[in-house]
Design a protein around this ligand. Structure first.
Ligand SMILES: [Zn+2]
Length: 444
């Protein structure tokens, strides 16, 4: 080794470089092959804000600021594909002069990944343009919101409840580490969001192992029941057994208040900036609330063994009902339910669940305002939504039985569906008769 060093040091270093490149290439190839047998998932770890030291906080603010400088310098260079980050960066100041600043926190890997992002953005836009779509350009930015941390154990590292991020002093406390258990960590992204900083970690797991874990984790339906779900704008989710789930989540006063204030703030002022941050934070909270409510409702519904629902168009309701539906979790619940194929059977949207009479089989159109179904042919009456939900069970069992997995065993199609169905409904028709008189007297 010493001989070759003395002999021709330049060649040796060149050889070493090539050797390193070759090794990198091989490991990339090996990783690619491995990934084919793995499932991918990303997990959101939130950095606990009130546990940060002031130096950590400053560093986190600074790293996104420096990222913005780099981004804008790269764009200003006019040729992002040959742009290389330097040690310092030229920054345009408020009075339009250029100022040379030093990178203090932004690491070289983060710089590289930022430039990579710009390049891939440009490429994406170019492809879209080729497809004939209207596109903008990748331009200057006022804020960089995410930073790539490509290498686990180098650019970031997670130990226990804490994470270390390259060039951010010390360890930061993160929430949600439990999700990573059993997963192999790959790249991560550090983001600056309305409610603070997050670390989104991309992870991999062997497909077979993942399947086993999911099987083990899956909660068996606790109730040996079959239900139908009618999703309507007015009464939320109505089950065939008569239970109702409220799907409206109230918009908080804070969000409304802050939104009203925005118009009064001077454009470009610090106050307006702060106000916008508050709106963003309130909005994020609202979204979290909606997701939480949707998770709970879906979990409750999935306690039933088989669920029949209809492929109704939540999007169309959005158009028709606008703001009201924005605070509804209906779409979210539906999305969560449809992920459970086999347990949840989705009926075609063309099935006349509302119109069909279970007694005589004729169809009667009922205007949306009328809450009571009344058959025009035989006079059968029942609460509209409950009846629709029960018709789903009936239709589902007779027409969609092939979609219910047979290995679950205990399930057998009901012999005479319509009979038990009518039996079920008798009590409702009695109740609805009472309701009808109440509404009639109220309208008088
Ligand atoms: Zn009828």
């Amino acid at each position: 080794m010493t001989v070759s060093l003395i002999g021709s040091p330049r060649r040796t270093s060149e050889e070493a470089r090539l050797d390193k490149n070759r090794r990198i290439k091989e490991s990339i190839k090996a990783t690619k092959a491995k990934r084919k047998t793995q499932t991918c998932s990303t997990f959101d770890l939130k950095i606990v804000g009130n546990k940060l030291s002031s130096t950590q906080r400053e560093a986190l603010v600074r790293v996104f600021l420096e990222a913005k400088w780099l981004w804008n310098e790269c764009i200003a260079s006019g040729d992002p594909f040959s742009y290389k980050p330097r040690k310092n960066v030229l920054v345009k100041t408020k009075d339009d002069t250029m100022d040379e600043r030093e990178y203090r926190v932004l690491g070289s890997q983060m710089k590289q990944s930022l430039v990579k992002t710009i390049r891939s953005n440009i490429k994406t836009l170019a492809t879209l343009k080729k497809q004939g779509r209207k596109t903008g350009t990748v331009g200057f930015t006022s804020e960089v919101k995410s930073l790539g941390l490509p290498q686990p154990e180098t650019t970031y590292r997670i130990r226990g409840q804490k994470a270390r991020i390259q060039n951010i002093p010390g360890w930061v406390r993160v929430r949600g580490v439990g999700q990573l258990e059993g997963w192999e960590q790959a790249k991560a992204v550090l983001t600056s969001e309305a409610d603070g900083w997050h670390l989104h970690v991309t992870c991999y797991m062997d497909k077979e192992e993942h399947r086993k874990r999911r099987e083990a984790k899956r909660l068996a339906p606790v109730k040996n029941t079959i239900i139908g779900l009618d999703m309507g704008v007015k009464t939320a989710i109505t089950c065939s057994d008569g239970t109702e789930y409220d799907v409206m989540v109230e918009e908080t006063d804070r969000l409304k208040r802050e939104q009203r204030k925005l118009n009064r703030k001077k454009k470009g002022s610090n106050n307006r900036q702060r106000n916008r941050m508050r709106i963003r934070r309130a909005y994020t909270k609202q979204q979290n609330r909606l997701n939480d409510a949707a998770n709970k409702t879906a979990a409750e519904l999935l306690r039933n063994e088989t669920i029949f629902m209809q492929d109704e168009q939540v999007k169309a309701w959005h158009r028709r009902y606008g703001r009201k539906i924005q605070h509804s979790i209906l779409g979210r619940v539906k999305n969560r339910l449809t992920r459970h194929a086999g347990q949840v059977v989705v009926l075609s949207k063309w099935e006349p669940t509302t119109q069909l009479c279970p007694v005589c089989g004729t169809k009667t159109r009922i205007p949306l305002e009328r809450r009571i179904y009344k058959c025009a042919d035989c006079g059968y009456t029942a609460p509209r939504d409950v009846k629709a939900a029960q018709t789903m069970v009936w239709l589902g069992q007779s027409k969609y039985s092939d979609k219910i997995p047979l290995e679950r065993g205990e399930y057998k199609p009901v012999e005479n569906t319509s009979e038990s169905y009518v039996d079920n409904l008798r009590m409702f028709s009695m109740r609805s008769a009472k309701q009808e008189t109440v509404t009639a007297s109220a309208s008088r």
